[in-house]
Design a protein around this ligand. Structure first.
Ligand SMILES: Cc1cc2nc3c(=O)[nH]c(=O)nc-3n(C[C@H](O)[C@H](O)[C@H](O)COP(=O)(O)OP(=O)(O)OC[C@H]3O[C@@H](n4cnc5c(N)ncnc54)[C@H](O)[C@@H]3O)c2cc1C
Length: 309
């Protein structure tokens, strides 16, 4: 079976999610990895190093969803599977590709049970659906957080595609949120803050703690809606899905829509004034107390022990 995976990249770097999608897709067959964009030589090298990749295909051209979908459609005839991450790019591109090919996509896969059988969460993660996809070609998105990253050290061939695919969309500008914290969707430790923080200034307490732990920063939708945290920090049903080894949830009640995004977390620590909050009950460790007292104490203790990243 032949698999074409669409690589995600940003700011000149291969997105960490791609290594996880490659690892997941190795269960389906030999993988060719498609990297599209300008100045992608270094990204292609990183892509070629991923274990399980047979060949890296590079193409110049637009990163707009319609252009990417058209390029994938042009290549799809050679493949049994076309796979992307269930992140913002995959969610934009893959339904368009499926429409172009007149195929039903299978999205948000968390487990590959066999060549045509997949598991995906439904009802905001409250149930897991098993899907059999008997179509001749499979258009899939995989949740990166459900798979471990592929190993590196491979030296796959890199082949440049000669055709440039036109797009009806012109990208005018990218507005980037600068951050030196790890990628939220693939971080090993995430510190999340809720609306209890009370202001964007107070949210810096969460960022401070995260920095000490080398963790990514997350937020609830209530905190994002209140303007305390940027949109791309939102965790949950309508935000990012995370699966860290450790999730520290601070001043977060644990609404169902938030829990939908943290089901893959291996250990949860909740810090909350309310011992009855759903997230406190779900947590492996709960600290009942006022975050404005406990978090500075925690940071001071980490400083005392010289824990910093
Ligand atoms: C269609 C839809 C989609 C949604 N999608 C999402 C989503 O993707 N992600 C998401 O997060 N939400 C989502 N929501 C919103 C969700 O329902 C909740 O409103 C939200 O998660 C609550 O955020 P919170 O925990 O910050 O606030 P609250 O529920 O108000 O909880 C605040 C918590 O802080 C505690 N607290 C207060 N003061 C302190 C203190 N000083 N120290 C310690 N603890 C304190 C309180 O005891 C409480 O438990 C969605 C809602 C809808 C309708």
């Amino acid at each position: 079976m032949r698999v074409l995976v669409l690589a995600d990249h940003d700011a000149g770097l291969l997105a960490p999610a791609t290594a996880r999608i490659v690892q997941g897709a190795t269960a389906l067959g030999a993988i060719d990895l498609l990297v599209v964009g300008d100045d992608i030589a270094a990204i292609a090298q990183s892509a070629a190093a991923l274990a399980g990749v047979a060949k890296v295909l590079t193409g110049k051209g637009s990163l707009a969803a319609d252009g990417l979908a058209a390029r994938l459609a042009a290549l799809a005839g050679d493949y049994d599977y076309v796979v992307a991450s269930a992140g913002s790019v995959g969610k934009d591109v893959m339904p368009r590709l499926a429409a172009l090919l007149d195929v039903m996509p299978v999205t948000d896969i968390v487990t590959i049970l066999g060549p045509t059988r997949f598991e995906r969460p439904i009802y905001a993660g409250n149930a897991v659906q098993t899907v059999t996809d008997n179509q001749p070609r499979h258009i899939l998105t995989l949740r990166a957080s459900a798979f471990r990253p592929a190993a590196t050290g491979n030296t796959a061939d890199i082949e440049a595609l000669d055709s440039d695919i036109a797009s009806l969309v012109t990208l005018l500008a990218n507005h980037r949120t600068l951050s030196d914290t790890p990628d939220l969707a693939t971080a090993q430790i995430v510190v999340g803050g809720g609306v209890a923080l009370g202001s964007a200034e107070n949210f810096q307490l969460i960022e401070k703690l995260a920095k000490r732990l080398g963790a990514a920063v997350g937020a609830t939708r209530a905190a994002v809606d209140a303007g305390y945290a940027p949109n791309d920090w939102q965790i949950g049903q309508t935000g990012k899905i995370i699966a860290p080894d450790l999730y520290i949830a601070i001043g977060i009640s644990g609404a169902l829509q938030h829990l939908a995004g943290i089901q893959g977390a291996k250990k949860i620590v909740a810090i909350n004034t309310d011992a009855e909050a759903p997230l406190v009950k779900l947590a492996d460790v709960a600290l009942i107390g006022d975050l404005f007292e406990t978090i500075p104490q925690l940071i001071a203790e980490l400083d005392k022990r010289g824990v910093t990243h």
